[in-house]
Design a protein around this ligand. Sequence first.
Ligand code: 5AD
Ligand code: SF4
Ligand code: FES
Length: 393
Amino acid sequence: MVPQISEVDSNRRTHPYGVKASLRHASVRKCTMLENIGKTLEKDLLTKEDVLTLLSAGEETEPAIYRKAAETKARFVGKKVYFRGIIEYSNCCTKNCMYCGIRAGNRNHTRYEMTDEEVLRAARYAWENGFASIVIQSGERQDEEFISKIERLIRHIQQMVRNELHVTLSLGEQTLETYRRWLEAGAHRYLLRIEVSNPELYRKLHPRDGNHAYQSRLDALKALRKARYQVGTGVMIGLPFQTISDLADDLVFFRDMDVDMVGMGPYLEHKDTPLYRYRKELLSPRERFLLSLRMVAVLRIMMKDINIAATTAMQTLDPMGREKALRVGANVIMPNLTPTKYRRDYLLYEDKPCLDEAAEACKMCLEARIAMAGDTVAYGEWGDSRHFENRQS
Ligand code: 5AD
Ligand code: SF4
Ligand code: FES
């Protein structure tokens, strides 16, 4: 007997914390389940129901799913890991997402913006250490001062490194025109998480102030594609009100949007946010971690040639979280290049690792972790998403 979709869906209607409920309801006979999972894993195209089965099947199915994901990774993207040095440029944000520690409404952070010199120094470190790629991330601002500053910074970086670095931006929703300006200045890729693909859930997790519309986020993702970026998106896993069916929809959403990169990780609570009041309703940290790992594995099986990040949030819930994600399909890691003096003010969630470790310490630590996962760091390679390359040809 397989877990009944109708049962999961009825959970969803009757239980606001459906992930928890549906996981606990998945009591099925082990061997029939394993056979069934084996058949599902052989399919070329997984349906939403297949994805739901893979996400909700019992722990005994983990080895089969993880093995298939590891084989798929080795075959389609290789056992290489690409470094993207992340520069957390500024924690100033005009938005108020209910889950995020640097939301505008949180007065407990000192707001900062890195100087041009600090950004250039971090980019130089990446370049000199063969990272080949950086990510510039910050809270969301749409004013002209911010837009032109970023434009100028990208140009300076590319001048300094003779266009040898690939630049990824993670600066929120912008207009098509802004995306084009930044691309023209020398950016290549853009990360914009949809956060949750269910519009109803999106509304619950964001204030209704006209500044957080699901449709605008979707339009921004489409604009990025139109501007010809390599496009990355992602979601949080284990949020209050989120069901296992929502998570299956998230994976299908990535496939339907034909994205080139995905970064997803567990939702982690932060005491200065409105969502904190639901902390007792969440899956346990271990359950949330295992669910995140399974999401990575199933995504690799579904989207064989995309880049998938082993996110820092995974490491918050399990000391070996990033290595484990690499073992089940992830192939990108983002070492933190933000000057340590700013790190404590870029706390999207609590217990973020590496707050005191300088770039060099994280680099060495990550190299060791990657070796433990049986992979090698692809120094000096841009590591464009194979999916992006394949859809250009
Ligand atoms: N837990 C996990 N991830 C979070 N993010 C924001 N707040 C949290 C949280 N509490 C993620 C969002 C955002 C990215 C920059 O950080 O997905 O897109
Ligand atoms: Fe701002 Fe992003 Fe945090 Fe939302 S998730 S409050 S847009 S930094
Ligand atoms: Fe930063 Fe290990 S990754 S210290």
